[in-house]
Design a protein around this ligand. Structure first.
Ligand code: CA
Length: 233
């Protein structure tokens, strides 16, 4: 099936939130290890080899969630779901190369969190057999839906360069590529890429579009359509 329950490490210093997360994850059959400090989180990740880490950004002590995520990434590809409380944190989570797989903004509904956890685990378990193995050719940019890779073709004869994209950045690019030539509203993009259960605001789309433009540069013909949203040509 691919989304079997497993061990999840939760790093959250607010006991009420930690309890709530614990309750919902256990209900889905997961084994939950809760800790309230960054270092304890790192230790738990190393010891337990979890399926997923849920990581609060604002942690007491000298290591915040950003730093914990960086250190996890130094040695592990375990999926990380960040819990953010403030706007500036969201910008850092989506804008920086921390390697977090997703984030949820506080206050969140536990049901949404549980759904997100399920989606991340499913994704991390590898593509299902039905995954399209197609490559969308956008001219200077190739979007490889099977390998989940974006490539910029070099000058004639040169190797195409793979561009490192975060999970959601690739999802957004793939969605735009599948709907090439259509003007899509921010809400359509949120629904299509983040899913209908997503409560994030439309600025999330703008931040990700900004990242795609920055990383893929002029090779990507991604237009702002005033009063509507975005269109990939
Ligand atoms: Ca906190």
């Amino acid at each position: 099936m691919g989304s079997e329950p497993g061990t999840i490490v939760v790093v959250e210093d607010d006991p009420n939130i930690a309890d709530l997360i614990d309750m919902y994850l256990r209900r889905d059959g997961h084994r939950v290890i809760s800790v309230d400090r960054g270092q304890a989180g790192l230790d738990a990740v190393e010891r337990e080899r979890p399926r997923l880490v849920i990581l609060d950004i604002g942690l007491p002590g000298d290591m915040d969630g950003f730093e914990v995520c960086r250190r996890i990434r130094a040695s592990s590809r375990v999926p990380v779901l960040m819990l953010t409380a403030r706007d500036e944190e969201i910008d850092r989570v989506v804008g920086f190369e921390l390697g977090a797989d997703d984030y949820v903004t506080k206050p969140f509904s536990p049901r949404e969190l549980a759904a997100r956890v399920k989606a991340i685990i499913r994704r991390a378990d590898g593509p299902p057999a039905t995954t399209e193995a197609t490559v969308v050719d956008l001219g200077a940019v190739e979007v490889d839906l099977g390998r989940r890779e974006a490539r910029i073709s070099g000058a004639s004869g040169a190797e195409a360069q793979v561009v490192a994209l975060a999970t959601r950045e690739f999802d957004l690019l793939a969605y735009l590529a599948r709907n090439r030539g259509l003007a899509l509203s921010r809400q359509q993009l949120l629904d299509g890429v983040w899913g209908h259960g997503w409560y994030g605001d439309e600025r999330t789309v703008d931040v990700h579009v900004g990242q795609l433009r920055k990383k893929l540069g002029p090779a990507l013909d991604l237009r702002t359509v005033w009063g509507v949203g975005y269109r990939l040509d």
